[in-house]
Write a protein of this length. Structure first.
Length: 213
């Protein structure tokens, strides 16, 4: 996916190259795309069917004490944020990992059921006659943080977590979940709001505007 004249993934690679603590970079690519990034100073492996499998494949090429896991979908990551997350982990020998995160500011509602795909595709002019979703409660947002990346871990702790319960591993939406499930200790490093995740066309436009500035 192009973003401000460069492939989306290249923005994250550039930030990692500029981070002083980063010694090497490994990218897990979708099958059939490995050749697009092969060569140079970036190691490339084929990704798996799940996030955890992609991380496990890339982790085989890691020989350091710490590893940072980052989503290419967060192209506004900065070297300063990477260094900050690493420093937070190094400052606490008892911690197994640190995640970049931001406090939740929206009011969070719990629904009776997940939104059906059709609801997610409604146009702005649709008044919702097609379906309805019921609220069953409001979640107290005190103490809630939205997890981001980079997430930095002690390599051996992450390897142990990836070797744990296969069902939990395959369902994980980030690596911190696996460390938590294994009884590990994960810290939070506050991240700037600009470290957004590109998920929708609107996110892509917003990221481009921020990068141009």
């Amino acid at each position: 996916m192009p973003l401000a004249g460069r492939p989306l993934v290249e923005w994250s690679i550039a930030a990692m190259r500029a981070a002083r603590s980063v010694r090497s970079i490994v990218v897990a690519c979708p099958p059939g795309h490995v050749h697009e990034l092969a060569g140079g100073d970036v190691g490339v492996v084929e990704g798996g069917a799940t996030r955890a499998r992609s991380v496990a494949n890339a982790l085989e090429a890691v020989g350091t004490e710490l590893v940072a896991v980052h989503d290419a979908a967060r192209p506004l990551v900065t070297p300063e944020l990477v260094e900050g997350v690493v420093a937070t982990l190094l400052a606490d020998p008892e911690a197994d990992g640190v995640i970049a995160a931001t406090p939740v500011t929206d009011t969070i509602k719990r629904a009776a059921a997940p939104a059906p795909p059709a609801i997610l595709k409604l146009s702005p002019h649709d008044r919702g006659e097609k379906a309805s979703i019921s609220v069953v409660g409001t979640v107290d947002r005190d103490g809630l943080w939205a997890a981001q990346t980079p997430q930095v871990f002690r390599v051996e702790a992450l390897r142990r977590a990836l070797d744990a319960d296969p069902g939990a591993v395959e369902a994980a939406t980030d690596e911190a979940m696996l460390i938590e499930a294994a009884g590990g200790r994960v810290l939070i490093h506050p991240a700037p709001a600009e470290n957004l995740k590109v998920t929708t066309p609107l996110d892509l436009r917003l990221a481009e505007l921020l990068l141009q500035r």
